[in-house]
Design a protein around this ligand. Structure first.
Ligand SMILES: *Cc1c(COP(=O)(O)O)cnc(C)c1O
Length: 820
């Protein structure tokens, strides 16, 4: 390093230290050495905010001055996790901060731990949104997020007596250090009342909406820092508040009391995240939440546009709105409302703008997870929005009747309003110019099955954008040791351009390199063992194979099949202890939350923990297999697990998992996928080759065929297959039944006719585990596969995904703020 660079670094460090000490005094009125860890953390974030806000202002100026088209990514969830480490890495300030604090005797890693996880999401859908905004900023794309500022995030999970207990996640209790309240950017959102068309004096019709309740929407902006590019975008969190003029009104005692009740109702709108991402309870509050953030978002976009850009006719050339699943689908009628009712535009023109502005991502083909709302509820809460949807539907159906005269059956199948319900997915397809699935197989199923009719009507609308994950969080931040090793081999170009990871293939037969890869993995396994010991006081064997399934607990994800296999291995060793010599020592790890109202998922957690306590306490087996359920799966826990994983369990029933993204995080950290041909597993397998992953189970077409013919019988599978028979019986009697049996799980499996084909796939799942063993025993063969997985993981960076969205859907372009 040249003297001038070293001098510059010393200078920067000194200035950072100075700023840190000044911030400490300013915030807390004390000397820095009297601060608590929490206060030190707050001080550090506030120091960093000064650097971030400079770039933030510069970025927004640039967008305005260059008239850039901007994207708004609407999502009811953003599962951010912690931001400090990731922001420091993206700012290229981590090393200097670490040094500056170390000089003061402060360990920066201790400060990272003070940050609460921003758990504003349930799982994959919310985490996807978080990866996407990271990629948009890092690619220099003008792209922002829009969501709800939930006062309580996803519940914290504790395991008590083997069962899930939910604790409220009061993540804001010490404040959220990264947010900026923007009171001046408030907008008003109206609910209820009466809406109708009234005749004007000149005979024209005009909308009247009266007697509604008004909620104030106040944005809290979070800066989203791009990687080494000076770009800072915005994630806008909307908070529901009582309108200011409201509190000061006088009135009778009754009126005041009613107003008080009303203000509680308003605050309730943004108080809780719905802890369920796969089936929608018809909850009025949920509908209120959806309209609340969508209306606030759309209104503020239009206001910003009018101030900056002028004539609304060019709106769709300047603004793209993306709806992540159907929860923000009311962006379609809301934009129509603003353009038609508020701006006085005619319907046709407004409709063209709306369609050209909005794009939609579908996340599920499971019918029970498709969002629908009862007409009565909808009309009452959102009378004008309902009218607009009726009009959209009427015009759409007119066209369909012209395209398919006499085909009323088809009209029924595609109607947005049908059988007393409003169908949000249908609204989303009709009101957007692009509909994408999230993995090849998923997009194909959409086109040929679940949205076949729509694909015939709009063949060009449908496309695929395979999901991705940000390699900055899931490799650079989560696994610095592996990242450095990759740098050594292929230089650090992959950090900016993850497709360069493919260059690692040159090292696939380099034993010295593979040994280093092995060392890195061992280090993480040891670290995770230590973490587990500290967290739950349990010992695992760091030399065992870490076989990990982490994701929301859901029947279609088939955690049940995984634990039934553990029971099967347990029985096998008990019957014939000598078999252990032929077995791999393994630690089966699980983590994941169950929706509080989802009984079968909660029973699955109880079963896993019960099996764990039997297996782990049985001396005949616990030197060979152990089972761990890690409580409170979250982004922060996930960051510790992927780097330590050997085997990635991706065992959903084929055709059910739209994409999956943890499969990508695992592969990027060198784990081998043990999975079905479902979601992005298919593309992972295509990329790495069949010899570098282990695939088992029914194919999606076979599953479809069973559903179609109705020829599947859980009882038959159970009766013809002794392995299935034995473990399923153990849900009712035997070693795992002590504190209550698993009657409900047993009953569920049979009464649903084994809806996710656990019995059918069980044998091939067991066989897949044997293949794992054979593969692992070939030490260098395993490491080679691990390396090949890492090398091909670049295509699963969300940078690739977002570049595709930008080019194919949004038509937005990167900016360059790098000062030469
Ligand atoms: C990636 C991730 C998910 C999604 O996992 P899938 O296996 O794709 O369902 C859920 N939760 C967290 C915390 C994650 O990081």
């Amino acid at each position: 390093m040249s003297v001038s660079i070293i001098n510059k670094q010393i200078e920067e460090k000194a200035s950072l230290q100075k700023s840190f000490l000044k911030t400490a005094n300013m915030l807390f009125g004390k000397e820095w050495d009297e601060l608590t860890k929490e206060e030190l953390y707050q001080t550090l974030v506030n120091t960093i905010r000064q650097y971030v806000s400079e770039n933030w202002i510069m970025t927004n100026k640039y967008y305005a001055e260059h008239n850039c088209k901007e994207v708004y990514y609407f999502s009811i969830e953003f599962l951010l996790g912690r931001l400090l480490n990731s922001n420091l890495i993206n700012l290229d300030m981590k090393d200097i901060c670490k040094d500056a604090l170390a000089d003061l005797g402060i360990d920066i890693n201790e400060l990272f731990k003070q940050e609460p996880d921003a758990g504003l999401g349930n799982g994959g859908l919310g985490r996807l949104a978080a990866c996407f905004i990271d990629s948009m900023a890092s690619l220099g794309l003008p792209g922002h997020g829009c969501t709800i500022r939930y006062q309580y995030g996803l519940f914290e999970q504790k395991i008590i007596n083997n069962q899930q207990v939910e604790i409220p996640d009061n993540w804001l209790k010490n404040g959220f250090a990264w947010e900026y309240r923007k009171a001046d950017k408030e907008v008003r959102v109206n609910f209820g009342g009466n809406a109708y068309m009234a005749e004007q004096e000149d005979g024209s019709l005009k909308l009247v909406h009266e007697g509604y309740d008004t909620v104030s929407a106040v944005p809290y902006d979070v800066p989203i820092v791009g990687y080494h590019n000076n770009v800072v975008n915005t994630l806008r969190l909307w908070n529901a508040e009582v309108p200011k003029d409201y509190a000061s009104l006088s009135g009778t005692r009754e009126q005041l009391q009613e107003r008080l009740r009303q203000s509680y109702r308003i605050q309730a709108i943004t108080s809780c995240l719905y802890p369920d991402d796969s089936s929608y309870e018809g909850k009025l509050l949920r509908l209120t939440q959806e309209y609340f953030f969508v209306s606030a978002g759309v209104q503020s976009i239009v206001r910003h546009y009018k101030r900056r850009k002028g004539a609304l006719s060019a709106f769709a050339n300047q603004v793209a709105i993306h709806i992540n699943d159907t929860h923000p689908a009311m962006a379609i009628p809301e934009l129509m409302r603003v353009l038609v009712d508020v701006e006085g535009m005619d319907w046709e023109k407004a409709w063209n703008i709306t369609k050209n502005t909005i794009a939609y991502t579908n996340h599920t083909i499971m019918p029970e997870a498709l969002e629908t709302w009862p007409i009565d509820m909808f009309k009452k809460l959102l009378p004008r929005i309902y009218m607009i949807i009726e009009e959209i539907n009427a015009r759409f159906l007119d066209n369909i009747r012209k395209m398919y005269p006499g085909d009323e059956e088809r009209v029924r199948r595609v109607s947005i309003i049908q059988d007393g319900m409003v169908h949000m997915a249908r609204l989303s397809v009709v009101g957007s110019h692009s509909v994408n699935g999230v993995a090849k197989i998923h997009s194909d199923i959409l086109k040929s099955y679940s949205m076949k009719d729509f694909n015939e009507i709009y063949p060009k609308k449908f496309n695929n954008k395979t999901n991705g994950i940000t390699h900055r969080r899931w490799l650079i931040a989560a696994n610095p040791e592996l990242s450095s090793l990759i740098d050594e081999a292929i230089s650090d170009k992959w950090r900016r351009n993850p497709s360069r990871l493919i260059d690692l293939l040159d090292f696939k037969d380099d034993k010295a390199f593979l040994d280093k890869l092995d060392e890195v993995k061992k280090g993480h396994k040891l670290y995770l063992a230590g973490h587990i010991k500290r967290r739950i006081g349990f010992d695992i064997d760091p030399n065992s194979v870490y076989d990990i399934q982490v994701k929301r607990i859901h029947s279609y994800k088939r955690q049940i099949m995984n634990i039934l296999h553990v029971m099967y291995v347990y029985n096998w060793i008990k019957r014939d202890p000598s078999i252990k010599n032929q077995m791999l020592p393994r630690t089966f790890m699980f983590a994941g939350k169950a929706a509080p109202g989802y009984h079968i998922a909660k029973e699955t957690i109880r079963l896993i923990n019960t099996v764990a306590s039997v297996v782990n306490n049985d001396k005949d087996v616990n030197d060979h297999i152990r089972v761990v359920f890690l409580p409170n799966y979250s982004v922060t826990l996930a960051e510790k697990l992927f780097p330590a994983a050997d085997v990635s369990e991706q065992i959903s029933l084929a055709g059910k998992e739209a994409s999956g993204t943890s499969n990508m995080k695992f592969m990027m950290n060198g784990a081998i996928t043990l999975g079905t041909l479902d979601g992005a597993n298919v593309e992972i397998c295509d990329a790495v080759g069949e010899e570098n992953c282990i695939i088992f189970g029914l194919k999606a077409e076979e599953v479809m065929e069973y559903y179609k013919t109705g020829l599947y019988s859980a009882w038959t599978e159970y009766n013809v297959n002794p392995k299935v028979h034995d473990v399923v019986d153990q849900l009712l009697t035997g070693p795992f039944v002590g504190n209550g049996d698993f009657h409900d799980l047993h009953n569920y499996l049979f009464s649903s006719n084994d809806e996710y084909f656990v019995f059918k796939d069980f044998m091939s799942y067991c066989a897949a585990h044997s293949k794992i063993k054979a593969k692992y025993n070939d030490h260098y063969g395993w490491l080679k596969s691990s390396l090949i997985n890492i090398a091909h993981s670049g295509q699963f960076s969300s940078d690739r995904t977002i570049a595709e969205y930008a080019k194919d859907i949004w038509n937005v372009h990167p900016i360059n703020l790098i000062k030469e």
